[in-house]
Design a protein around this ligand. Structure first.
Ligand code: FAD
Ligand code: UDP
Length: 370
C-alpha cells in the first residue's frame, strides 16, 4: 500500500465511495477507511440464499436528476423497478401513497370528483387554517379517515412521539394523487441494481485502497498524516468529541426471517399503519431485484423503530429546532477547519436520499478541483 495519499476518505457509504471514484478518475491517490467490516454504509446489501438483502433498510434508487441517474447506471447493472407500497391496516391492504386505489378502498369512490368531494368535506370539518404540527398538517391535507388509518399510527411508531409534537414538514413529503397511479415516487428515474447495492459500491471503489474495520477517530492523528486532505463522512458531533453536546437520532432494528415460500407478500414493502403492531414495515428483499432466481425461499425484514443511544446505528436525524441549532454550531466549527471537508448524511446531520448523496459528492468534487 502507498505511504502517502492525496486524499483520505473516512467512510465507504455512497457519499465516500462516489467521492473516491471521482477523485481516483481525476488521477488523485485515495485511501478509504471504513469503521464497519464491510463497504457501502447504509446501502450495503448481503447475499443470503442468492437474495440481496438490504441490511440497513429497503433502498430504492429514485431521482429527478439525469446526472445522478447516469452516474448510478454507469456503475450499477440497473433493472427497471417501480416501488409499489401497500399499507396493512387491521388486515386490510390499502394502496400507498394516497391515490385513487386508496380512496376507492377507503370511501368506495371511483372518480377524482367524488374523491375530492369526500376528502374536501373532511378537511373543511377540521377547519385548520395554519397547521402547527404534523397532525394538523395531515388533517388539513387529507382529512381524518386517511390520517387515522394510514398516517397517525405509523408516524407515532416511527418517531416515538405524538403526531401533535412532530413538525408538519415530515408529512409534506407524501404525494396525493387523484388518479390510479400507485408509484410511491414522483421522480423521472427509478430502478434497482441487479444483485443489490454492494456490487455498485465495489465498482465505485475499484482501484482505490480501502481498509475496513478501522475507526478513523480512534487513530485520527495517525490517519491524518497519511494524506494531504481529509473527506469525512462520519458523524458531525463525534468528530468534535461531542464538545457542544450530542445531536439526537432515531434508530431502527431489523428482525430478518426466512420463509420457505417463493413469494410471501403482494409487494416488496408493506407498511403496518396500526399503532398496536410494533413494526412499521415488512420488506421482502427478492422483490427489489427482478433478476433474482431463487424461487424456493424468501427473506423478510421486520422493521422496528428504536430510540438511539451510543452503540446503535444513527438512521434518521431529528429535525427539530434544538438539534438544528446545535448542528449549525458544529457547522461553524467545520468552516474553521483546514484541509478537512464534511460530506454526506452523518457529517451534515441531514436526511439525504442516495441521489442527494451522489450530487453533494459531485458538488464537493467541483469545489476541490476548480
Ligand atoms: P452512510 O451510508 O451512513 O455512510 C457513512 C459511512 O461512514 C458508514 O459506512 C460508517 O460506518 C462510516 N464511518 C462513520 N464514522 C466513521 C469513522 N469514525 N471511521 C471510519 N468510518 C466511519 N435513499 C434513497 O435514495 N432511497 C431509499 O429507498 C432509501 N431508503 C432508506 C431507508 C432507510 C431505513 C434509511 C435510514 C435511509 C434510506 N435512504 C434511502 C437514504 C440512504 O440510506 C442514504 O442516502 C445513504 O446511506 C447516505 O450515504 P452516506 O455515505 O452519506 O452515509
Ligand atoms: N408515513 C405514514 N404512513 C405510511 C408511510 C409514511 O404516515 O404508510 C409518514 C411517516 O411520518 C414517515 C413520512 O410519512 O416518516 C415519510 O415517509 P417515507 O416513506 O418518505 O419515509 P422514509 O423513507 O423516510 O422512511
Amino acid at each position: 500500500m502507498k505511504k502517502h495519499y492525496d486524499y483520505l476518505i473516512v467512510g465507504s457509504g455512497i457519499s465516500g465511495s462516489t467521492m473516491a471514484r471521482l477523485l481516483s478518475d481525476a488521477g488523485k491517490t485515495v485511501l478509504v477507511v471504513e469503521k464497519r467490516d464491510e463497504v457501502g454504509g447504509n446501502v450495503h446489501t448481503d447475499l443470503i440464499d442468492g437474495i440481496p438483502v438490504h441490511t440497513y433498510g429497503p433502498h430504492i434508487f429514485h431521482t429527478h436528476s439525469k446526472e445522478a441517474w447516469d452516474f448510478f447506471c454507469k456503475y450499477a447493472d440497473v433493472a427497471p423497478y417501480v416501488n409499489r407500497v401497500f399499507a396493512n391496516y387491521k388486515g386490510k391492504l390499502i394502496s400507498m401513497p394516497f391515490n385513487m386505489h386508496t380512496f376507492e378502498a377507503l370511501f368506495g369512490v371511483k372518480t377524482p370528483e367524488e374523491a375530492k368531494e369526500v376528502i374536501g368535506k373532511e378537511i373543511e370539518k377540521e377547519g385548520i387554517k395554519e397547521p402547527k404540527n404534523l397532525e394538523e398538517q395531515a388533517l388539513s391535507l387529507v382529512g381524518r379517515t386517511i390520517y387515522e388509518t394510514l398516517i397517525k399510527g405509523y408516524t407515532e411508531k416511527q418517531w416515538g412521539r405524538d403526531a401533535t409534537e412532530l413538525p408538519a414538514s415530515i408529512i409534506k413529503r407524501l404525494p396525493i394523487r387523484y388518479e390510479y397511479n400507485d408509484n410511491y415516487f414522483n421522480d423521472a428515474y427509478q430502478g434497482e441494481p441487479k444483485g443489490g447495492y454492494t456490487p455498485f459500491i465495489e465498482n465505485l471503489l475499484k482501484g482505490v485502497d480501502v481498509i475496513t474495520g478501522v475507526d478513523y477517530l480512534a487513530n485520527k492523528e495517525e490517519y491524518d498524516e497519511k494524506a494531504d486532505e481529509v473527506i469525512y463522512t462520519g458523524r458531525l458531533d463525534e468528530y468534535f468529541g461531542f464538545e457542544l453536546g450530542h445531536l439526537e437520532w432515531r434508530s431502527l432494528r431489523f428482525d430478518v426471517k426466512k420463509e420457505e415460500v417463493d413469494s410471501f407478500q403482494c409487494t416488496a414493502v408493506v407498511n403496518y399503519t396500526e399503532r398496536e403492531v410494533p413494526y412499521t414495515r415488512v420488506s421482502e428483499h427478492k422483490k427489489f431485484d427482478p433478476s433474482c432466481t431463487n424461487h424456493h425461499s424468501t427473506i423478510l425484514s421486520y422493521e422496528y423503530p428504536d430510540s438511539f443511544e451510543e452503540g446503535k446505528i444513527p438512521y434518521y436525524v431529528v429535525n427539530d429546532a434544538k438539534n438544528s441549532t446545535l448542528a449549525n454550531k458544529y457547522k461553524e466549527k467545520v468552516a474553521a477547519l483546514n484541509n478537512v471537508y464534511f460530506l454526506g448524511r452523518l457529517a451534515n446531520y441531514q436526511y439525504y436520499d442516495m441521489d442527494d448523496a451522489i450530487l453533494s459528492a459531485f458538488e464537493l468534487y467541483k469545489e476541490l478541483t476548480k
